[in-house]
Design a protein around this ligand. Sequence first.
Ligand SMILES: Nc1ncnc2c1ncn2[C@@H]1O[C@H](COP(=O)(O)OP(=O)(O)OP(=O)(O)O)[C@@H](O)[C@H]1O
Length: 309
Amino acid sequence: MKNAVEMKNVMKTYGKNVIALNNLSLIMKEGEISSLLGPNGSGKSTTIRMLTSLAYPDEGEILIFGNKKIDKRLIGCVSQSSGIDSMETGRENLTLQGRIYGLKGKKLKERVDELLRVFHLQEDADRLSKNYSGGMRRKLDLAMGIIHRPKLLFLDEPTTGLDPEARKELWNTIKRLQHTEGMTVILTTHYMEEADELSDWIAFINDGTIVAEGTAEELKSKVGKDTVTITCDKQAQAYSILQASYKTLEDKDQLLVMIEEGEQKLAGILEKLRGNQINVSSVTVSKPDLGDVYLLYTGKKLSAEEEAE
Ligand SMILES: Nc1ncnc2c1ncn2[C@@H]1O[C@H](COP(=O)(O)OP(=O)(O)OP(=O)(O)O)[C@@H](O)[C@H]1O
């Protein structure tokens, strides 16, 4: 499979002190859905801005489909801020967007009808888009982003703010686009479940550099361990006892013990705590997920608040 995107040792500094990208290198393959995951301020938007020629590297090289010069007609971009004109209908928004890309006449009408059908927006096509639900707006945004049949589509946090049902519907649409239009998709997201569900390849970015990459399965196997989550009194003492024997992290009012065969080892862990008169109020064992990979490589647990942003 050919490379859709190649970034080699890219550096980007804002002002004198803010290093946004620090020697970042990555490859994203043609026809795949690739995700960029990372905490706030880690460099996701800066990366996407460079891949869409909205920003330029101080050093390093960027190749899109093997070329240094980015052909904007090959690229579609759906950003977090919607490009929809609320006082126009869905059909009018799509028609206008098509004209911007030089479509006209029968071809334009056919493409608009096709997109309204693909995104299940036919029934609402002639309603003002200010009356659309959040899910419908995101679908319209997506339809507008691909009206010119880009080979490479950037999606910035595509499902933020959507309810679970609308989110799942959009995931299915994105997967369909990949298969029916052979589109390469690059997405940024805070949602681990979204990255897991959609991505052929995932890169974790932290402090402007890629800290881990691979398929979701490869990444989860790098953790290789279960997480035992413990709530107890005397947390500081419990932490110092556990971290002497196991890889242990403190996360607010919980302790996270990363351990192989967590269920089998649980009794021993609890015994150690009880032996030191520490009372455990709750304990759970979970198999590794992408959140654990995130924790391993960024040292941070993705909080519910951050997920909800
Ligand atoms: N125009 C700018 N001027 C100065 N600093 C900037 C600018 N844009 C980004 N930065 C800084 O560069 C770093 C990377 O920011 P970036 O927006 O790429 O992160 P991000 O991962 O997209 O974050 P978020 O998830 O919050 O959108 C941050 O420290 C940010 O404050």
